[in-house]
Design a protein around this ligand. Structure first.
Ligand SMILES: [Zn+2]
Length: 324
């Protein structure tokens, strides 16, 4: 008779002379009894399909003690980890004591990521999320933006070509109106791709806040006032995206989505106001998390919009002197 015990993901076993070392993250457990170390080494060598197979012909008490030791050392687990996705296992393994693996997988299956996009990136994102068992819907129509914000079971993700993309602007308006959390994605402008931040109306920056802050950082201060107020004209250029870029974006995006759904507010990657910026240039590709703060009196999301003097974006001296 034998018993099969699942191996804990991301745990490493090493041999050093008479000892066997079990290493999980920075934590290492040492097994100094040479005979036990030899025995465990042979079990590990014969393990298959993520399981240790132990004979049950030993005394029940010593088998239980041995199994307890393996679990405490982080080599095995009693959880049934075969039926969940690799992404769910990875989230659970961050803190196995604090989270329930199957509840976590259920959350991933219960939330639909509702993407509105007119871009091949949406298909790459769907493929990436399919592996995690998170349901995905993709709409191409502009009118779908309002619909996804009305559906309480949907998590809205909207992909646009630039920060003034009408899909994104309509999504921002719908979010402010409904109070729903959502994520914008701005495709590569040749230099930068913006992922997020998760936007939570009334508590984190909205799309307009992001636009105002980025426009205000324009290298040419004489154009800041014009840029912040300008409206984008619709054009339809051919797509030009660096090789493999959609996979990089979809990978980061799906991690942020899965963390938010699985861990909710405990997810570090899911914090509102943190935007991932992928930049291309010297020294190659950089991925950076930037904080985006709300703009005081933002004309879209601030409850005090319209009060007081207009927001000043650049010192008048930098714009060619005082205006008369
Ligand atoms: Zn705002």
């Amino acid at each position: 008779m034998t018993v099969n015990v699942p191996l804990m993901p991301q745990t490493q076993t090493l041999r050093h002379q008479d000892s066997l070392l079990i290493r999980r993250g920075d934590h290492t457990t040492q097994l100094t009894n040479r005979r036990l170390a030899d025995y465990l080494q042979s079990l590990v060598a014969e393990s298959a399909a993520g399981h240790l197979t132990l004979p049950t012909d030993e005394q029940e008490e010593s088998l239980t003690n041995f199994l307890d030791f393996l679990e405490r050392a982080g080599l095995t687990t009693q959880e049934d980890i075969d039926t969940v996705s690799s992404a769910a296992r990875s989230l659970w393994a961050l803190d196995p004591e604090a989270s329930d693996l199957h509840e976590l997988q259920e959350r991933l299956r219960a939330t639909r990521v509702a993407i509105v996009a007119d871009s091949p990136l949406s298909q790459v994102l769907r493929t990436s999320l399919d592996e995690t068992q998170v349901p995905v819907s993709i709409d191409h129509e502009l009118s779908a933006v309002e619909e996804i914000f009305e559906d309480p079971a949907a998590l809205p993700v909207v992909i646009g070509d630039h920060l003034r993309d009408r899909r994104l602007i309509r999504a921002n308006d719908a979010a402010v109106r409904t109070g729903r959390r959502w994520m914008p994605v701005v495709e590569s402008d040749g230099v930068r791709t913006l992922i997020g931040p998760w936007m939570v109306p009334s508590s984190s920056a909205c799309l307009e806040c992001v636009w105002l802050r980025r426009a205000a950082n324009s290298p040419d201060p004489t154009l800041v006032d014009q840029l912040v107020e300008a409206e984008s004209l619709e054009t339809s250029p051919r797509r030009a995206v660096p090789a493999g870029h959609d996979h990089v974006v979809a990978g980061i995006l799906s991690q942020k989505i899965v963390e938010l759904i699985g861990l909710d507010d405990r997810a570090s990657a899911a914090a509102p106001g943190r935007m991932c910026v992928i930049s291309r240039g010297a020294p190659g590709l950089t991925v950076e998390e930037q904080h985006v703060l709300r703009v005081p009196r933002c004309p879209v999301c601030s409850p005090t919009r319209g009060r007081g003097n207009p927001q000043v974006w650049a010192h008048p001296a930098a714009q060619g002197g005082e205006k008369g």
